[in-house]
Design a protein. Structure first.
Lengths: 427, 262
């Protein structure tokens, strides 16, 4: 716990730098990732992430230094070559894009690992720390590295905002963008370059292996919460930044731990939570909606039954026993009991010594369900020419979903009918 | 019967378009008059969409050229507007109806510039013209097929162009939308705009268009509707496949042959 306060008091200048760096890196790659995701190029991001490793290693071998700008340049070059290779394979052979991505990813990463191993066994003292590119080490984001990477991150954010309108159109409707005279090829190139840069700056914190998650996961999580692109960018940046800070914290307190996997775990957890709890689209809210539907169907069915029982006795409002209700329709006893109790609480029915009695409102609601049922049956026979013995099942469901406006329309189209196809009166 | 016009708005000269080396349009030669409602008609796979895409340089031409307002398309982009097929985009994209219609102003705005108040007014006006003003803030994934089509149309209207290319605007829309669209197209014609529509329903074609292009891998006919929609020409378009033509096309693809010697 002490470490927690020590870290988040930001008293240590190092902590401040590392945190700032992580926020910038993770945030900027999340923003670029939104467009990568919307353009459905998520896998390409993964390929680029793996393909930068040989670039970093080659840059080190050729220059002999760990100057961040030189390493970035190397990463950028091989990242770009990997993209060109994917495009080349897809356009010049029968191999489809997903296969081409798989091929390029593994070949480039393989070469990268060979080079990295060679460097580690070369006895070059300067090499120590190069392996952090594999799984990331946020805590090493200090000095020159921090300045270099943060600079690129800020540039990324500025470029994305500057081209917000153009990138949006490119992702939504590329053909249209071309017809209004936008330089589509150049914009594609821009987005690709931004993606490569986002990967290149992110690897310091997350490492090449898991970089794709930093690019895509915040965007995917943010998409659950909003239907507005501008808000999605902000949310993705926040989610990215949050996991960046968390990663920096882990890296600071447990130096032996690789940062990347932790960041990825945290951001994936946020994504899972979004998947579960986001309003409307989330899993929980869908479950709730289904539950609501079930309750509605049960309650309306009970009201309908009581109404129909009353109908048999020429519409007199008489109480009906639990047995009577269940005889007319087989509803599981337990369900029926809870349903009745609830309706009682809501004031649609009353319990009398002789059984359950519809109140005035209950009578109205039960009548409406019966009316909708019969109207729908009539509609099916008249407009869809279904046989009258085939329409009941369908009406059982539809009776619960028709809105008052649709009801009005049905009445009009059917000419305010009196009898349903089974010659029962439409109330 | 291929009728040419004086001072055409669109001139297509010897246009051949191939997919993967297989020609899907062979040597199209046609001219279209100004201020007309033009229907491009033919069976499935006849190359109707391909023709208008090639006209707008969305697909590379294997041979030939297209001139619009007597200029190469690159010089008149601000005067043309395109309504793509509804299915060509992902409607789950995080955007509102208004966002999409506003895209119609992007061409005039150019790069970097943010939409101004006047652009937003223009977008709203366009939405009103298609009767969707009440849907401005609706997320596009919640629209019905007909509403999606109207949104695309509004986006094109917001461009305020002189010539419109529409790819199957009547496909899969409800009757109300179809009527609304055709009314709109007629108003546009009265304002002197030229509208080129890919269409698949022969029944309504007579009523909708005043110029018809019949297409089936090659140009069968082009001219005023009453002269073109004849039994004989329709049979030529829809009847009997051109087996040899198709086979030659496939051969070109298989042998990786160019469709023109160069």
């Amino acid at each position: 716990m002490n470490e927690f306060f020590e870290f988040f008091s930001f008293a240590d200048a190092n902590v401040r730098y590392v945190t700032l760096g992580s926020v910038l890196l993770a945030g900027s790659s999340a923003v670029v990732g939104c467009f990568t995701l919307l353009r459905k190029r998520a896998l390409v991001g993964d390929a680029v992430a793996h393909a930068v490793l040989p670039g970093v290693c080659l840059a080190f071998i050729l220059s002999g230094t760990k100057n961040p700008f030189i390493l970035l340049l190397g990463a950028f070059i091989t990242g770009w070559i990997s993209l060109l290779t994917i495009d080349f394979i897809t356009s010049r052979s029968r191999i489809k894009e997903d296969t081409a991505i798989g091929l390029v990813l593994s070949v480039f990463f393989g070469i990268g690992i060979i080079l990295l191993t060679a460097i580690q066994h070369s006895g070059n003292a300067a090499q120590s720390g190069l392996d952090k590119f594999l799984f990331g080490k946020a805590a090493s984001l200090v000095g020159e590295d921090l300045i270099a990477f943060s600079l690129v991150a800020v540039l990324l954010l500025v470029a994305t905002l500057l081209f917000y309108k153009e990138l949006t159109l490119l992702c939504f409707d590329q053909a249209y963008a071309k017809t209004i005279g936008y330089p589509v090829r150049a914009l594609e190139l821009l987005l690709t370059t931004l993606t490569v840069f986002a990967v290149v700056v992110g690897i310091q914190a997350v490492g090449v292996v898991l970089m794709a998650a930093m690019l895509i996961t915040p965007a995917a999580a943010a998409r659950f919460w909003t239907d507005r692109l501008s808000l999605m960018l902000v949310l993705a940046a926040l989610i990215g930044a949050f996991s960046g800070v968390a990663g920096a914290f882990v890296s600071y307190t447990a130096p032996a731990m690789p940062t990347g996997p932790w960041i990825v775990l945290i951001v994936s957890m946020i994504a899972t939570l979004s998947f579960a709890f986001a309003p409307g689209k989330g899993w929980v809210s869908r479950l709730l909606r289904q539950r609501r539907n079930k309750t509605l169907i049960l309650e309306e069915n009970l009201l309908k039954l009581l109404y129909q029982l009353g109908e048999q006795k020429q519409g007199t409002l008489a109480p009906h026993t639990f047995q009577e209700i269940l005889e007319r329709r087989a509803i599981p006893q337990k369900l029926a009991r809870t349903g009745l109790r609830k309706l009682g609480n809501q004031g649609y029915i009353e319990k009398t010594p002789e059984g359950w009695l519809l109140t005035g409102q209950g009578q109205r609601r039960g009548e409406r369900v019966v009316r909708l049922h019969r109207l729908w049956e009539l509609y099916l026979t008249q407009y869809l020419h279904l046989a009258s013995d085939h329409v009941h099942e369908d009406a059982e469901t539809i009776e619960h979903i028709i809105t008052p406006e649709l009801e009005q329309k049905l009445m009009e189209e059917l000419g305010f009918p009196v009898l349903d196809p089974h010659s029962a009166r439409i109330p | 019967m291929i009728l040419q016009v004086e001072n055409p708005v669109v001139e297509v000269h010897d246009l051949t378009v191939s997919y993967d080396r297989k020609p899907v349009l062979w040597g199209i030669d046609l001219t279209l008059p100004a201020g007309a409602l033009v229907g491009v008609i033919g069976p499935n796979g006849a190359g109707k969409s391909t023709l208008i895409k090639a006209m707008m340089d969305l697909l590379p031409a294997g041979s030939g050229y297209v001139r619009i307002f007597d200029k190469p398309i690159g010089q008149v982009r601000n005067r043309i507007s395109y309504v793509p097929q509804r299915e060509s985009v992902d409607w789950d994209f995080p955007a509102s109806v208004f966002d999409v219609v506003l895209m119609g102003r992007y061409g005039k705005l150019g790069l970097f510039k943010r939409p101004r108040k006047a652009d937003k007014d223009a977008a709203m006006e366009a939405l009103q013209k298609v009767g969707m003003q009440g849907f401005a803030n609706r997320q596009i994934s919640q629209l019905s097929g007909g509403q999606q089509q109207r949104v695309f149309l509004a986006r094109a209207l917001a461009q305020n162009a002189d010539i419109y290319f529409m790819d199957e605007p009547f496909a899969g829309v409800d009757i109300a939308t179809e009527t609304a669209i055709i009314e709109l197209l007629r108003t546009m014609r009265e304002q002197g705009k030229t509208v080129i529509v890919v269409h698949h329903d022969l029944q309504s074609a007579t009523e909708y268009f005043d110029w018809v292009v019949l297409l089936n891998l090659r140009l069968v006919a082009s001219g005023p509707t009453e002269k073109i929609l004849t039994q004989q020409l329709l049979e030529q378009t829809y009847g009997g496949k051109l087996t040899v033509l198709t086979k030659v096309g496939e051969l070109l693809k298989k042998q990786e042959f160019p469709s023109r010697e160069r």
